[in-house]
Design a protein around this ligand. Structure first.
Ligand code: DLL
Length: 479
């Protein structure tokens, strides 16, 4: 009897009956194994579970030190302090951080290539140039100690998701100047796991090697995770949740929705964790979910986090959403004070059941500058994803096109139906007439914007190996 219960806990059989109102019953049976269980652990309990008062003492001490360091080493900060009539000694406690002027992405661009490198170049072991979406590069440099800190915070991230020595990490983030690949690489080495540095791309090979090497941890963007699942099933006849050994997925570098998490977990048979970070601060490693999946723990002993109102620059009240601002507390080569990330989130102040005392932020749902405004309604692309994935039969592949005709904004959302549904009508989209209004209705009710939903053949939209580009805004910049 108990054997049966255990079997049922491991094996979840979904029988999904798809009913199309278009005169037809469409029947699809999906059998998928349930997520394999993972057990998170704490890599550096001395820091991650530190009593809050002790942690704040440590942050204060580090803040004062990094402020002095930036002032002494970097002319840009000396000028900012002078303009603000501020001296490093004026920063005496954590509340004083608000006196420090912000650092913007433009400050980094203006200082390119070496203007914001605080340590002697002979001490810099690694350089990354982040081009962002605008194409203008910024420099992120690492000393030996910076690489050590990066490895440690990444090890915390792996541990938080239950990765151990003996796990085989399939690192499908891009290597090279993008910080994803090397960040996840260093963390895996630090924890003593085996790493397969496959990088993004060569999808068929990814699946083949996942099977042959029995990789247990998958690291890549959520978008690429979707594509890996789709490719394995459709092109190779492999069901990842049954035929592969993936247990843990560490996904980040772009905004993604809770609905997408559920779909990825169902398809790949793993437990998916959200990882946040940015090149300017360290790369991946700023914050991560634990197995509670209720917000991302910020590595606060290394990164001092604030949330501000992007318009006024003032701190928002606890629990309110605003722009995340980060100060690196231990960075040597490219330290930053109050860097405006552009990312929108909220702090969660309740204690987490995992035992960590470092505070959590909610998942980043978008960047202030990625916000769309259509007919006066402001929203983020991830909200559209959230709305459309609520509809059964809609796949994870979509594209948002915003245009303006006769002074009126229009939004078209191209969506591929799920493979099962598409096959069930033999590719005849006219048989799925009910699906577009259903998706449009969900978008209207969740996002608040009327849209035209166009179903397109399965497989026709572009697939991405790294960060997805889902929005085409054909209007002149009006937002
Ligand atoms: O994307 C670092 C990273 C690599 C994070 C791999 C996680 C995993 P950048 O290319 O500099 O660095 O892009 C940073 O990506 O400011 C956010 O807008 C976005 N971003 C990163 N992680 C998340 C996430 C890396 N989990 C920019 N959720 C950030 C939402 C994210 N957005």
């Amino acid at each position: 009897m108990s054997g049966c219960i255990i079997l049922f806990q491991f094996l979840e059989v979904h029988h999904k009956v798809y009913f199309s109102f278009n005169y037809k019953f469409l029947f699809s049976l999906t059998v998928s194994t349930m997520k394999r269980p993972v057990e998170g652990w704490i890599y550096e309990p001395d820091y991650e579970t530190m009593p809050r008062d002790k942690l704040e003492e440590l942050q204060e001490e580090r803040l004062k030190k990094i402020v002095k360091y930036c002032y002494e080493k970097l002319p840009m900060y000396r000028k900012k302090f002078k303009d603000a009539k501020l001296k490093p000694d004026d920063i005496r406690n954590l509340d004083d951080v608000e006196k420090i002027p912000f650092t913007a992405k433009d400050d980094l661009r203006d200082a390119y290539p070496y203007g914001l490198v605080a340590s002697p170049l002979s001490e810099v072991l690694e350089l990354h140039a982040s081009s962002g979406t605008t194409g203008h590069p910024t420099t992120c440099a690492y000393t030996k100690n910076d690489l050590k800190v990066w490895s440690k915070v990444m090890a915390r991230i792996y541990a938080s998701a239950g990765t151990k020595k003996g796990d085989v990490v399939q690192n499908a983030y891009g290597y090279g100047l993008f910080t994803g690949g090397l960040g996840f690489h260093y963390g895996a080495l630090e924890i003593g796991a085996t790493v397969l540095p496959i990088a993004a791309g060569e999808t068929e090979r990814q699946i083949r090697l996942a099977k042959e090497y029995e990789t247990t941890v998958l690291t890549c963007t959520p978008t690429y995770a979707v594509y890996l699942g789709e490719y394995a099933k459709e092109k190779m006849g492999i069901n990842p949740s049954k035929d592969l050994k993936w247990r843990i997925g560490l996904f980040g570098a772009e905004a993604w929705s809770e609905e997408l998490r559920e779909r990825i977990e169902g398809t790949l048979g793993l437990e998916a964790f959200d990882i946040y970070g940015l090149s300017e601060i360290i790369g991946p490693g700023v914050s991560v979910e634990c197995t509670e999946h209720d917000g991302l723990h910020i590595q606060e002993d290394h990164f001092l986090a604030e949330i501000i109102d992007p318009k006024t620059g003032k701190k928002v009240k606890e629990g309110e959403t605003g722009e995340l601002v980060l100060t690196t507390l231990t960075r040597e080569a490219t330290p930053l004070l109050r860097f405006r990330t552009g990312d929108l989130t909220t702090f969660t102040s309740e204690k987490c059941a995992c035992g960590r005392t470092i505070r959590r932020m909610e998942r980043v749902f978008g960047r202030a500058d990625d916000m769309l405004k259509v007919r006066g309604v402001k929203f983020w692309p991830s909200t559209v994803e959230h709305a459309l994935l609520k509809v059964e039969g809609a796949s994870e592949n979509y594209e948002i096109i915003v245009d303006r005709t006769a002074d009126l904004d229009t939004m078209t959302v191209k969506v591929e139906p799920s493979k099962e549904l598409y096959k069930s009508v033999n590719g005849d989209l006219s048989k799925l007439k009910e699906l577009s209004p259903e998706i449009a209705g969900s978008i209207k009710s969740v996002v608040g914007v009327k849209s035209k939903v166009v179903l397109v053949p399965h497989g026709s939209l572009q697939r991405f190996m790294g960060k997805a580009k889902r929005v085409i805004d054909r209007r002149k910049k009006t937002v």
